[in-house]
Design a protein around this ligand. Structure first.
Ligand SMILES: [Zn+2]
Length: 197
């Protein structure tokens, strides 16, 4: 029985990379329509951690601030694990998070409040700290971000497909397909390499 492929949004690799490596551009900030935001943000939301929301006083927009999820450092593959004693005397395993590996990438998404005759938009910009001397990027690969947290796009697909009675292996196959797109296998291109976790 051949299983139908689970559809992925149009041009998704392009959008994933765009929304991963947000940087100041001569074309100005990246502006998404409400529909683009609804389709593409769930593919990348796992990369980011919401930190703050600011409602502008003039009432025309709301800004949502996000930090890279690897901003708190990541457990290095060589992380040393050791049993530490707590006050009750029980031992537990503690892992080190190396501070040098913290990613400083931050973004802001400004949602416009729709008014008659104007569509709602989402403007995505990098937030550059005042003390930054030049622009910077993530200090890790997109795969490390996929590995840290699954996107809600993938989470929803897995939940829906399992509810329909597919097994995890079938879901994986129906995401995989054949061939490569943008240098990636289809499954890898949405972060599915870490689907077993
Ligand atoms: Zn990062």
């Amino acid at each position: 029985m051949s299983e139908k492929l689970i559809p992925l949004p149009n041009n998704h690799e392009h959008w994933i990379h765009k929304l991963f490596s947000i940087s100041p551009s001569s074309d100005g900030p990246l502006v998404l329509t409400e529909q683009q935001y609804a389709v593409y943000w769930p593919l990348v939301d796992g990369f980011w951690m919401h930190t703050n929301t600011q409602r502008h006083k003039h009432g025309k927009s709301i800004s949502h601030y996000y930090s890279c999820r690897l901003g708190k450092g990541r457990i290095s593959s060589k992380a040393e694990r050791f049993p530490a004693e707590n006050l009750s005397g029980k031992s537990r395993v503690t892992s080190f998070r190396s501070p040098v590996e913290c990613c400083k990438m931050r973004i802001k998404i400004t949602e416009s409040i729709p008014v008659p005759g104007k569509f709602k938009t989402y403007t995505v910009e990098q937030v550059i700290p005042r003390d930054a001397t030049n622009c910077f990027q993530h200090n890790h690969t997109i795969e490390e971000s996929w590995k840290r947290k699954r996107s809600s796009f993938l989470t929803n697909i897995i939940r829906d497909e399992l509810a329909k009675g597919y097994t995890p292996a079938q879901v994986k196959d129906r995401l995989k397909g054949t061939g490569r797109a943008g240098g990636y296998e289809r499954l890898e291109s949405v972060g599915g390499a870490f689907i077993d976790r």
